[in-house]
Design a binder for this molecule. Structure first.
Ligand code: KIV
Length: 266
């Protein structure tokens, strides 16, 4: 069983192998996802909502991310661990970002750190990458900017914003990012960005043409009875265990049957 690494993600894209990813915030779920064949486990700052019950990801601290990341890292043998840099742990300066990423890697077992933002974060991304920190970008609906965006809404619907997102993705790639999460953007735009990038795109609400998919674990297990976005499929339906549900998800990502066009934005 070969460990999934940042360079391997790029190889998977080149070979047309789709990347499966789910969030996890603790040891046992991480172990289950690892066993079920999930390529990348995202310790997302969505834990602020899913675990802590906040209405956004903004209150999450670097120490909380470190704590959950370490628990997840103890549960994996094959999956790659990507951990979110939380709000205001990296925006101040590249130096602040490096110290925060260092904490997630040294004390939290993170193998890749994820940060939100495009062209404006490119110099920070290259600062980290040049110092040995693998970085995953995050574009589209960036939850840490929810107040600026005016809510959790589909992004890139008009031509100008779509072009900006493409330029942002290219800037992150040039800065050395190893992958980019595309959240809640129209399927044709995600398809275009995916085609123009050499690094993999990992979509959530971005359609089936991305190189990989990610979902919040509790959403795809049908545990979240609040508003369920259209891009979420309940994989517990018809599954006898959580591990079986996760395996069905991995298969559906790999064979391209998830997400369907009904689970995407036109
Ligand atoms: O925090 C998170 O779970 C995320 C995913 C929604 C991509 O960033």
């Amino acid at each position: 069983m070969t460990k999934v690494t940042a360079p391997q993600l790029q190889k998977m894209k080149q070979q047309g192998e789709r990347i499966s990813s789910l969030t996890a915030y603790d040891y046992l779920f991480a172990r289950t996802l690892d066993r079920a064949g999930v390529d990348a486990i995202l310790v997302g700052d969505s834990l602020g909502m899913v675990v802590q019950g906040n209405s956004s990801t903004l209150p999450v601290t670097l120490d909380e991310m470190t704590y959950h990341s370490l628990a997840v890292s103890r549960g994996v043998t094959r999956s790659m661990v990507i951990t979110d840099l939380p709000f205001m742990s990296y925006q101040q300066s590249p130096q602040q970002a490096l110290l925060s990423a260092g904490q997630l890697m040294k004390s939290g077992g993170a193998e890749v750190v994820k940060l939100e933002g495009g062209t404006e974060m490119a110099s920070t991304v290259s600062f980290l990458v040049e110092r040995g920190v693998p970085v995953c970008g995050h574009l589209g609906l960036t939850p840490q900017s929810v107040h600026q965006l005016g809510g959790y809404r589909v992004q890139g619907r008009d031509a100008e914003r779509a072009e900006q997102l493409l330029q942002d993705a290219l800037a992150l790639q040039s800065a050395g990012a190893c992958a980019v999460v595309l959240e809640c953007i129209p399927q044709p735009l995600a398809q275009q960005i995916t085609a123009e990038l050499a690094i993999p795109t990992i979509g959530i609400g971005a359609g089936a043409d991305c190189d990989g998919q990610v979902l919040v674990l509790q959403d795809m297990l049908g545990l979240n009875d609040a508003h369920v976005p259209r891009f979420v499929r309940n994989f517990m339906t018809g599954s006898q265990s959580i591990e079986m549900a996760v395996k069905s998800y991995v298969e559906a990502v790999q064979d391209g049957s998830f997400p369907s066009s009904d689970e995407s934005y036109a």
